[in-house]
Design a protein around this ligand. Sequence first.
Ligand code: NAP
Length: 391
Amino acid sequence: MRAKGVVILGATGSIGRNALDVISRFPRRFRVVALCAGSNAGELAALSRRHRPAVACLSQGNIADLRKGLPRGTRALAGEEGMMEAVCAADTDIVLAAASGVSSIRPVISAAERGKRIALANKELLVMAGKFVTSAARRGGAEILPVDSEHSAVFQAIDGHPRESVRRVILTASGGPFRTCTLARMRTATVGEALGHPTWKMGAKISVDSATLMNKGLEVIEACWLFGFTPDRIDVLIHPRSVVHSMVEFRDGSILAQMGIPDMRIPIAYALSYPSRLPLELPRLPLHRIRDFGFDAPDRKRFPALPLAYAAAEAGGTAPAVLNGANEEAVRAFLAGRIGFTDIVRVVDRVVSGWSEPLAARRLEDVMRANESARRLTREKISRRGRPLPS
Ligand SMILES: NC(=O)c1ccc[n+]([C@@H]2O[C@H](COP(=O)([O-])OP(=O)(O)OC[C@H]3O[C@@H](n4cnc5c(N)ncnc54)[C@H](OP(=O)(O)O)[C@@H]3O)[C@@H](O)[C@H]2O)c1
């Protein structure tokens, strides 16, 4: 069997590094064709020296710095065209979409149109442009395999069952570091506290999104596109232990859950190797120590990001792109110390509820434009303040 050629978009990130760990354990099954990152030339060059891809691509950074650090045999590429060339190459079988943001949206759509398997971690792509990504995959006959642990769990539980047999999908959420905090306490939350996710080790943006529960809201939208359900068929359940990664409830009353230790290498490996399972030999889930699962309903008052995301999913069109753009800018401002933790969702709410532009998304450009305008508006709102937003 020929080893599958893998391109990693977002190689220097948390998902990218976990994927490289999985791939390097199975050299007969996978080979790294290209590694792509945003601007971190030094790290990308270091990973290239270790994994020897044919191509290393920097989307935004200094290509001269990258070139200096690359091993012989690895070609340096730049920008969106570089990513496009890497993902569309004849020896690319799988594209792991794990770059943050939406910079990789066109390369991922092109890869799907060419029938490459898309292992999808980057939920923003489906949140913003689910219609275009899924239709490209249909045209090209490409599979989209979820990497997000919740969606991987749903995918595993639903596999082989007709959609009509499903009553609802249940996405679990750890509840984040402020699960038991009062609103008053959350107002004074620091960046360090927001980044301290109780169970998963992740990049900064997604850790903050997990703390506001915006991440779960974005996952609801992602699940609508991946599994073809309307938002009212997707529920969220708080589950601080993070052992049940999500569930599917069927019309006959059965509920199928997927469980495991919280380790992203498991869903990454499954998206790469589906339908087979790789012998990862990770620590096992100590089932005998689990006394109860501890499920709880989410508190939508303390975590208003969740109803905001449901409303965007219901509205459809460009609404999720507006939500996503506003959230990215607000999280960035929080991480830079410019706004408080509870201001994140408050600013997003203001942008979304004041949105007056048309919501129709006929072309990819419509969602990209809406996302950009939402970001601009959010930046303006934040820079106009310079002090806490009034309640
Ligand atoms: N971490 C998790 O456990 C997890 C779980 C589920 C889903 N996800 C999703 O997976 C994606 C990545 O998450 P992460 O936690 O791995 O993020 P991360 O650690 O912040 O890494 C982000 C990666 O994206 C690259 N990047 C940033 N801007 C880019 C650009 N303009 N063009 C190309 N690449 C760019 C970064 O490169 P530089 O280093 O050069 O900046 C880095 O490699 C996100 O969409 C997230 O929602 C993550």
